[in-house]
Ligand binder design. Structure first.
Ligand code: LLP
Length: 873
């Protein structure tokens, strides 16, 4: 492996760009190639090597020439047609003189018909034939770009890329599917630099054979050529230009919500390329990885989009990065019939696979059974091979073939540590027949083999579950770009955030000192009115724990909201802010509160919620003659992070549904009446089905109790922190509640959201303290971190971060935005692209910080609490 360049070494000179057939088949695409070359030379001071494929369709034609080699006249005619096609392209499309540009090349092309090796179709001749497409396209490109005033040189790839036969290769693959060396040294690099101008075009797909003739790299050859060149030259990077924006978290044709993968490490990219994605040929990653050359995937149609970056420098972000599926998998299940712990069983079995030329991919084994998958291959298409294999295997075991199957693979770092987040994924598979599960020891790959017919339908569901469960960390902007859906038809423009329109005012507030929270009351009112417009909701309460700022409380009171409190402190603060507030407009929903707090709440006459038998049985006197609300645990939770899911056995909240009859009896005995049922299963929920399920359960329980008048389905409404994410679907929420209301019209429906009303309305204003580069990692320091806003450190929550002092500057290099707290976890956002010029004193804004922001701030390290301000117009 090449050593990493020493710190401070000059940046590598070359950038290698690869373009495929469609990119070299149009003049305007060649203009783009020329522009991209020039830009890299001018802006990055790089030398640029472009590696090209043949013009579209040409390689297929050349393959047909090889296949029809025996027919002399047919071969000549085919080659002639190809010559004419290139002449026409040269003249009509590129406006160049074909005789001057292509004269020699076309003579060589035509001569192949009369080559003595043709009749026998010798492999060396076939390689010469196949090489013509790239030789022609690269010659055309050089001539065209020169005609446009660029000083471009032509490089014969065969001078630099040399086939290295492998011991197990047959003659065909040595010549037509060659592997090549890619270890470059300073001498080679110096020779290459001296061999032509700073802009160069070379051929993909071809190499020098050991006998001095031509060899071909096989399928995906041009990508591999670019990778070989990248490694040989120790390039700054290799850019593969293609017709999609990059690698995605799933095949976008099957999963439109698949997200662009902005950044991967080599091993992840290799695994994704090998398990199904067609964007990059799996062979081209290895050379770049060995030489530590970053590999970029870019879209020719969208040249300004960032695409996918594959390198070894990215901080590891654990999580599922992609889900892929491969069809046409055949499983062979083998039951031992020999003795327990029979020595050599596996070797007996695998010998037989080898004898039939079948390659085994996945393996699952137990004491008595070994199941393997066979990759789709040419010899499998011939089912006789399978029959013959089975007959052979039957001598040593009982065999069953299960086909056709599909392998569904989750790819990503740290798969083992994610298993707890995959429960819903397992459940999804649990409904279907899983024949084999395999987890690779490199901790990158978890594969499920199911019936082929099931796979396609499962992918969108699995992708959604992975994203929801947090197993696929889609909020990591450093890894996950926009979804395919949004790239294809860009999302309707969201209104700009309020703080952008009010930038001058916000900066003026920041000048009073930072860290400082700022709340935009018109945004709070806007959200409040949206909720008020949902007809199914009878009463609305605001969960003040999200943001108890007095101005926010008054604004919501004026919008007709009641309030939900969870502590004596919250109750006292609420009534101190609004002394005239009617107690009927207040809910008290404590968790494990001391008796005195419950007593105080009862004394105030607010609605008191009880969520276990304890208060009723231990403090029965408190509830005599009282109404109470019962909080039930519906048995499941939901939300943006496991720490905020409040339902299910693991959560401390709520009475288990099975204990409701006992509670009702205890309430009767204590002389109390259950007037409402309550459930809050978590926070940051986006799927309206959850409330449907909660309501249905509560309503069924209410029917059994008899005294219930209202059902409170809690809060939990999600918020789109990421401007790329889908906004909360309020219409779906309203529709779900309407459906429930219609089914149980006898109950009043109450809700108690917090986050939804205030998240977007709040911003945390910080000042830049220092900008530091440490070993290639850029960090922008701010004067508040996990002390001012705990959400990123506590829940890995993603918040938008903007440099408000330079709002119009373009994005700069990725940097972590960190706070001043003495903990490594004090990171507000990773790999953010704030403007390059970001400097000490700039005002940084953290968006969507109005919920669970200031109220969760703390004085850790004895830093002052952030100040708070409001904008009321
Ligand atoms: N009702 C009850 C009983 C609650 O416990 C909560 C929030 C709500 C309503 C309001 O939930 P919301 O609509 O805001 O999702 N600190 C976390 C959120 C914790 C939520 C606690 N309970 C965060 O920053 O994400």
């Amino acid at each position: 492996m090449n050593p990493a360049p020493p710190a401070g070494a000059p940046a590598p000179t070359w950038i290698v760009l690869k373009f495929g057939g469609t990119s070299v088949s149009r003049r305007q695409r060649w203009d783009t190639i020329g522009r991209l070359m020039k830009r890299r030379a001018d802006e990055e001071g790089a030398r640029v090597l472009v590696v090209v494929s043949a013009v579209s369709g040409v390689t297929n034609e050349l393959q047909a020439v090889c296949d029809g080699h025996a027919d002399a006249a047919g071969t000549a005619a085919r080659l002639e047609a190809l010559a004419t096609r290139h002449e026409t392209f040269c003249r009509d499309e590129l406006g160049l003189d074909p005789a001057a540009v292509l004269g020699e090349r076309l003579a060589a092309l035509r001569a192949l018909a009369g080559d003595p090796r043709r009749a026998a179709g010798e492999l060396a001749w076939q390689a010469e034939v196949l090489a013509q497409g790239e030789l022609l396209s690269s010659t055309l490109g050089v001539a065209y770009l020169r005609s446009q005033g660029l000083d471009v040189g032509w490089t014969d790839s065969r001078e630099w890329i040399h086939a290295q036969p492998l011991p197990n290769q047959n003659d065909w693959s040595k010549r037509l599917s060659a592997s090549c060396g890619f270890e470059g040294d300073a001498a080679l690099r110096a020779r290459f630099a001296a061999d032509g101008p700073a802009l160069r075009i070379a051929q993909g797909f071809i190499a020098r054979a050991p006998d001095g003739g031509t060899a071909i790299l096989g399928r995906g050859g041009s990508d591999t050529s670019a990778a070989y060149f990248g490694a040989l030259l120790g390039a700054r990077r290799v850019e593969i230009w293609t017709d999609v924006p990059g690698m995605f978290s799933a095949n976008p044709r099957q999963v439109p919500d698949a997200r662009l993968l902005a950044r991967l490490d080599y091993a992840e990219a290799q695994e994704i390329a090998t398990t199904g994605a067609k964007v990059l040929h799996p062979r081209c990653i290895h050379p770049c990885r060995e030489a530590r050359v970053p590999l970029w995937i870019r879209d020719t149609e969208r040249p300004d989009m960032a695409g996918t970056v594959i390198d070894g420098a990215a901080a590891t972000i654990p999580g599922v990065k992609a889900i892929s599926s491969r069809r046409g998998i055949v499983l062979v299940s083998m039951e031992t019939i020999g003795m327990w712990q029979q020595v050599g069983f596996l070797s007996d079995v695998f010998e037989r696979f080898k004898a039939h030329g079948l390659s085994v991919d996945l393996i699952g084994s137990s004491e008595a059974n070994v199941t393997v998958s066979l990759d789709p291959s040419d010899n499998l298409v011939n089912t006789n091979v399978l029959d013959a294999l089975c007959a052979d295997l039957a001598q040593v075991c009982r065999v069953k073939v299960i086909a056709p199957c599909a392998a569904i693979t989750l790819v990503g770092r740290g798969m083992r540590s994610l298993l707890h987040k995959l429960s819903e994924v397992w459940a999804e598979f649990g409904r279907e027949r899983v024949h084999l599960i395999s987890q690779s020891s490199n901790d990158l790959n978890l594969t499920f083999v199911v019936d082929e017919a099931l796979a396609e339908g499962m992918l969108p569901r699995l992708h959604a579950l992975l994203a929801q469960s947090g197993a696929m960390p889609v909020t990591e902007a450093a890894v996950f770009g926009p979804s395919w859906r949004h790239i294809d038809h860009p999302a309707p423009a969201r209104p700009a955030p309020w703080w952008l329109a009010r930038r001058g005012d916000v900066l003026a507030v920041a000048a009073r000192g930072t860290p400082r929270y700022l709340y935009h009351l018109p945004t709070v009112r806007e959200r409040a009115r949206e909720l008020a417009a949902i007809p199914a909701i009878d009463r609305r309460f605001y969960a003040i724990k999200a943001n108890p700022h007095p101005a926010v409380l008054r604004a919501l009171e004026a919008e007709g909201f009641g309030f939900e409190c969870v502590s004596r402190g919250e109750l006292e603060h609420l009534f101190a802010t609004m002394p005239a507030l009617a107690p009927d407009r207040v809910l008290f929903t404590p968790s494990f509160a001391p008796r005195a707090e419950v007593e105080a709440a009862l004394a105030r006459g607010v609605h008191v919620t009880v969520d276990s038998l304890y208060p009723l049985t231990q403090w029965p006197g408190l509830f005599r003659g009282r109404d109470l609300v019962l909080r039930v645990d519906p048995g499941f939770g939901s939300g943006h992070h496991e720490k905020v899911r409040t339902g299910g056995k693991e959560a401390k909240f709520g009475l288990a549904a099975q204990d409701v009859p006992a509670f009702a009896a205890a309430a009767r005995q204590a002389g109390a009446r259950i007037t409402g049922l309550h459930a809050h299963i978590g926070s940051g929920i986006h799927d309206a089905d959850h409330w449907r399920a909660v309501y249905a359960q509560l309503a069924a329980l209410a029917d059994g109790i008899g005294t219930v008048g209202f059902i409170d389905v809690g809060g939990g409404l999600g918020v789109a922190y990421d401007p790329e994410a889908e906004p909360f679907d309020l219409a779906a929420y309203g529709a779900a509640l309407a459906e429930m209301k219609q089914a149980w019209p006898q109950y009043a429906l109450w809700v108690e959201p917090g986050r939804y009303l205030v998240a977007e309305a709040g911003a945390l204003l910080l000042s830049v303290t220092q900008v530091v580069d440490k070993q290639g990692q850029r960090r922008i320091g701010a004067d508040g971190g996990m002390n001012a806003l705990m959400r990123p450190a506590l829940y890995s929550a993603w918040h938008e971060i903007a440099n408000l002092s330079r709002a119009d500057a373009p994005p700069g290099p990725p940097a972590d935005v960190v706070g001043p707290i003495c903990e490594t976890g004090d990171v507000l956002g990773r790999q953010r692209r704030l403007p390059e010029a970001t400097a000490e004193g700039d005002v940084i804004l953290v968006g969507h910080a109005g919920a669970y922001g200031a109220v969760m701030a703390n004085r850790y390290n004895l830093r002052e609490l952030p100040q708070e301000d409001v904008l009321d117009d």
